[in-house]
Design a protein around this ligand. Structure first.
Ligand code: ADP
Length: 186
């Protein structure tokens, strides 16, 4: 039986991730989505929240389960007895990154194969970063995420959205001062 591990940050899971999980679920007997506990990235959602949102997005796929993991991806693959690591490709940049990491992983765990699946054309521009940035600016993300993820994003940003001050300046409550890509001002 071929069991695949689909690892990632999933902060949060969007429809591009879902597309890859569905493709993997149609190829492999079992797919385990591994939510990386502490990637070197600034996160919006906790590990438990990312796991819950991934479960909500994948609930219709009976051969897919979600776990969280800490440490090396290949060690997680060994732990869950996966013989394949699945990753998604959007473009050449993803290919370059994944082939490099894939070769390092092969060195560490030669028994674990890498399978890169190309996403649907409608997801090639999609990333968790874009989803978060548009959601943070109150944009419509309904085509990009499942409803529970949209609700979680809306609740998270409602708690941190800048409150306009009487003098016209906005008071930021926990919002990063870094200028985002999706607003051409600031
Ligand atoms: P990581 O930090 O491991 O890159 P991500 O959550 O960003 O975690 O991505 C997890 C996996 O999903 C990676 O294989 C990534 O290439 C893939 N992925 C990200 N965005 C998309 C997308 N729009 N379509 C298909 N696959 C994607």
């Amino acid at each position: 039986m071929t069991r695949a591990l689909y690892p990632g940050t999933f902060d949060p899971m969007h429809n591009g991730h879902l597309d890859i999980a569905q493709r993997a679920a149609s190829i492999f007997a079992e797919v385990i989505v591994g939510v990386y506990h502490s990637p070197p990235k600034k996160l919006l959602f906790s590990t438990d929240e990312r796991v819950d949102l991934a479960r909500a997005a994948l609930v219709h796929l009976p051969n897919v389960t979600v776990v969280s993991f800490f440490g090396l991806t290949v060690e997680c693959a060994r732990e869950v007895e996966a013989n394949v690591i699945v990753r998604g490709l959007r473009n050449v940049a993803d290919y370059q990154f994944e082939s490099q990491i894939g070769l390092a992983n092969r060195h560490l765990a030669p028994e674990v194969e890498l399978c890169c699946l190309v996403c649907g054309t409608e997801y090639t521009y999609l990333s968790s970063t874009i989803v978060k940035e548009v959601a943070g600016l109150s944009g419509d993300i309904s085509a990009w995420v499942v409803p529970p993820v949209a609700v979680a994003l809306s609740e998270r940003f409602a708690a941190t959205r800048p409150v306009p001050a009487p003098d016209g300046q906005s008071k930021s409550e926990g919002v990063s001062k870094t200028r985002g890509k999706m607003s051409y001002h600031g």
